[in-house]
Unconditional design. Structure first.
Length: 293
């Protein structure tokens, strides 16, 4: 005989999954807030010009050791390129992955919760599908690959002296180009196709051929859904370089826009309207970069 309390709890699996997604999102945002705070508050400096109580920099935490961070020039222009160690690279990739978790999990929740609901009904009928966690892991695996690409892009921009120490574009021309690319992409057929799958989980399921019972199939299905999300949002993620990769307000604005575009009625039309504004702002910044006077 099973435990009745446990049985009742398992029947609320969608609530459990929703709480887990909420917890992951909150933890991701708390981590980002901690990182942003550590970047914005350089260590104290004593009268001799050394970091008080921090010999050898051992006491530095989080993003204060981010590659390319010049603690003496936080408000100045781009820092000289610095070599990235293995630990540096891992830190940057982890930063991007946590950021993607915080920004994208809320908009992916309807699909994940649908998977959990169908999984419970399938289990009740004796034909269980793979666990929801496996599907979610596949989804996050795609964003991990995106995080690797974003870290590479950050390294290249640093090498070209196009990023400030706060990981914000140091070039109006670069900012303008990124805005124009993001704005024009909002009107492309690829954007519409990917957004359609993200806005309608049923359409995604039909395209994917239904749920998978095996773990490998569920993981690949999660990756496929993640690929649609990346295809929908990757130019918007590049805008983090425009407003600052660790600018919490800017991150929140992009995350809210992505959520609204995917979940609100008429979100697709809102996205195209935003594309016009992004492209216009980008053209203005590009012109400013070409003709500063």
């Amino acid at each position: 005989m099973g435990d009745p309390a446990l049985d009742r709890l398992l029947k609320r699996d969608r609530t459990i999954v929703a709480l887990c997604l909420a917890a992951m999102t909150v933890l991701a945002w708390l981590y980002l807030l901690s990182l942003a705070r550590s970047m914005g508050a350089p260590p104290p400096v004593d009268g001799a010009g050394t970091m008080d109580g921090m010999p050898g920099m051992e006491g530095m935490q989080g993003m204060e050791t981010m590659p390319g961070m010049d603690m003496s020039g936080m408000a100045m222009g781009p820092a000289a390129p610095a070599g990235w160690t293995t630990d540096d690279t891992a830190l940057v990739v982890a930063m991007w992955l946590v950021m993607m978790v915080g920004m994208m999990l809320p908009s992916a929740s309807p699909m994940i919760l649908l998977y959990a609901r169908v999984g419970r009904h399938a289990a009740a009928k004796g034909t269980p599908v793979a666990a929801t966690g496996i599907f979610c892991a596949g989804y996050l695996a795609i964003w991990f690959l995106f995080s690797l690409a974003a870290a590479l892009g950050q390294w290249l921009l640093e090498r070209a002296l196009l990023l400030t120490p706060m990981m914000e574009s140091a070039s109006p021309f670069l900012s303008g180009v990124l805005l124009v690319v993001a704005g024009l992409y909002q009107w492309t057929p690829l954007k519409s196709a990917c957004l359609g799958k993200c806005r309608a989980p049923a359409a995604f399921l039909q395209a994917a051929g239904g749920f998978r019972r095996d773990a490998g199939g569920a993981f690949l299905m999660g990756m496929r859904h993640g690929a649609y999300c990346v295809g929908c949002c990757w130019p918007l993620m590049l805008l983090l370089f425009v407003g600052g990769v660790m600018n919490i307000l800017w991150i929140a604005v992009i995350a809210i826009f992505v959520l609204a575009e995917k979940l609100l009625p008429g979100g697709d039309r809102m996205g195209r309207a935003a594309g016009v504004l992004l492209a216009a702002a980008g053209l203005w910044l590009t012109a400013r970069g070409l003709w500063p006077g």
